[in-house]
Design a protein around this ligand. Structure first.
Ligand code: SF4
Length: 154
């Protein structure tokens, strides 16, 4: 499914303008929200849960979900195409103030985070120059402690 821009005018930063804030303020607020979500996840509030594989019938209806790319701190907008609860396709959001209808190679490969065969399936830690598999509890605790240290220092 292709999602195309309906107007002939060039995209503008309408979303941030409608909110009555400039791009810098928008970025700052999105950063705070993203950091809060990440911190909550690491504190084990149940926001991370096990994914279950689902079949997608050939003719399953497609829902369009507007979301944000999580591959870097820019936060480009995209439309996820979801069938039977499975993310089957995507298009960059033409009406998002940051990416205005485009995204980079990382954004284009975003679904690989959840579906790719080569994706990481457990946390890894670099110990003495070698990657070592660690438990989720160890990863949450170490990252959470480090974040709390950074918060205290800054
Ligand atoms: S599409 Fe690229 S630039 Fe935009 S948030 Fe994703 S990784 Fe970052």
């Amino acid at each position: 499914m292709k999602l195309t821009r309906k107007s002939d005018t060039a995209p503008t930063n309408n979303a941030s303008n409608k909110l009555g804030i400039n791009r810098r303020q928008f970025m700052k607020q999105m950063g705070v929200a993203t950091g809060g979500i990440a911190a909550a996840s690491m504190m084990g509030t149940g926001m991370i849960r096990r994914a279950e594989a689902k079949d997608v019938p050939h003719n399953a209806p497609t829902e369009i979900k507007r979301t944000i790319c999580s591959a870097c701190a820019v936060g480009c907008g995209l439309y996820a195409e979801v069938q039977n609860g499975v993310w089957t396709g995507q298009e960059p959001a033409f009406d998002h103030p940051f990416n205005a209808g485009g995204h980079c190679a990382k954004g284009a490969a975003l679904r690989e985070h959840g579906h790719g065969e080569k994706r990481l399936k457990y946390p890894m830690k670099l110990v003495g120059g070698k990657w070592k598999k660690i438990s989720w509890d160890q990863a949450f605790n170490e990252v959470g402690d480090k974040m709390m240290d950074i918060r205290k220092e800054s």
